[in-house]
Design a protein around this ligand. Sequence first.
Ligand code: CA
Length: 235
Amino acid sequence: MKMNNEPLILIVEDDEAISSFTSAILASNNYKTVKTGKGKDAVSMAASYCPDLILLDLGLPDLDGIEVLKAVREWSNVPIVIVSARGHEREKVEALDLGADDYITKPFGTAELLARIRTEIRHSRRNQSRIGLAETKIIVNELEINYDKRRVRVRGQEIHLTPIEYKIVSLLSQYLGKVLTYEYIMKNIWGPYTNEIDSLRVNMANLRRKLEDNPAEPKYIITELGIGYRMSDAS
Ligand code: CA
């Protein structure tokens, strides 16, 4: 493990401008980078460099980014953040279902890029170091979730949630900053053989009414249109 070194990011991107922009941002934020514009090289570099994270463009000249994802996932759990164009929601969902950890949409800004990378590296380190100390509570902004007591508070005020609402908010909170697809959330809440997308939407609307100051501009649970939901990790 490279806990004390600068994390190494493999940038897989055939657009030279985006690739240079990305590596410049990462270099000035204490990441090391290696780059390639080819899918085949990406697969071999993932093995030879063992990066801490892979930023993977899905539109590559020689090999579809999805194929790179599948090849790397055969042997590695390295965090993979896919880079995709606006409007390609189906492609993003496919990649997430195949084991990508998150996505970022082109054109992206510095803050968004760094937030995604920080979140993924933090999650993967937490998983690697399974020390058996499960967190008993989590605090995001003015929201506090106590897993032991199954209690949710906003600004110290207890919020009464239904069992389903509690399950949804506690699931999202265990993956702070990370997108969870509708499919993933539904399977976790209602089991594998159901399609409860309407129930999910209704429960989400109720949750927001209870948790958010302004449900139309949620600050805790963010909608990723056509993909799923993400709980903000701004604390
Ligand atoms: Ca491309």
